[in-house]
Design a protein around this ligand. Sequence first.
Ligand code: ADP
Ligand code: MG
Length: 397
Amino acid sequence: MIIKSIRNAKELAGKTVFLRVDFNIPVKNGKIKDDFKIAANLPAIRFLLRYKCRVIIGTHLGRPLKQKNKKEYSTKPIARRLGKLLGKKIGFVDDCVGPKVEEMVSKMKEGEVLMLENLRFYKEEKENDKEFAEKLAHSADIYVNNAFAVSHRAHASVSAIKKYKPSYAGLLLENEIISLKKILRPRKPLVVVIGGAKIKTKLPMLKKIRGSAGKVLVGGALANNFLSALKYEVGKSLVDKENIKLAKKIYSKYRFLGNKKIILPLDVVVSKRKDGGGKVSVKNIDKVNKSDVILDIGPRTIKLFSGFIKEAKTIVWNGPMGKFELDHFHHGTLSIARVIAARSTGIAFGVAGGGETVEALKITKMMNYVDWVSTGGGAMLSFLGGEKMPGLEGIVK
Ligand code: ADP
Ligand code: MG
């Protein structure tokens, strides 16, 4: 695999760069709740500034076209935070294409940064519209994709834009690829920890790593699908009914490999209500009844999973082990997160990714112990699933 990295670009000095980042972060009433994704882009921005580039930054934020109040999705507060983190004043323009942008860019001096308004204020962004992409690229000499988290999408600012300017991978994108490649060619044994809710998004990866994974530990609502496919009672638990067949198919393919590779929970924490209210109890998996809601893995499962994780040389984790947002049901996720973090950066190479997965990891305050915390959830799963990624085409070969 060859990555066309910005580090290898010739004659970078003084160039005007369109840098696509993913600053899609929670903003409420102009306040930023979490700047992990901004911080992750600082090395790439600083790198370009060292070369005295003029850096035009574009990102999407939420799904503004579906909302009544588009203004709430302005990237202006993000520009402010970026300026603070960079320790320098940066410009902001309330559009992302057209004369206003062109004028602002023409006034930029070397080593200055200009943040554009939300790319998704135009429907053309998601439509991968060529004319829109050309307009985005218009004022720049080169294009740099640092937005790994949207690179599985065919959107104008990560896909079509590459036709119009010499294109490169940014430092964050490059690190994502290098780290995730280590999962595809792992130091063995590889242990995959998978949970969460969206089974369809996880299946390509489960298929792709079937051969190389030593163990696949399944928790969260994802496990409910497998348990249900194996005719266990899961009561009123969250189950993706449409995809139980898929779960059954993948399970039997794993079983076909002989040894027991795919490991399901032995016990679970149940409640009587989906919101976690009512009596909470731990049950063996064959004791769950029709009125139960499974909301976490149980203590025997934590012990079992931890044992496997401790044997791993490579670990990849996506998806919480339960509804960790509720205190009664966070033990499974937080315990497993701690074991993964404790084994990473040294004994094993550890990777974690996924919106909620990273939220859970943050609670443990052990983010820094994990070798690579991916900025992409869906994109990480696409990459590990060997899917075609429009944002990488032409820059990762
Ligand atoms: P990620 O964003 O890390 O990729 P997902 O989006 O697939 O993960 O799933 C995360 C969500 O799954 C969490 O919000 C969590 O509450 C939910 N979840 C996990 N296990 C269960 C469960 N047993 N019942 C209900 N929800 C669950
Ligand atoms: Mg999620």
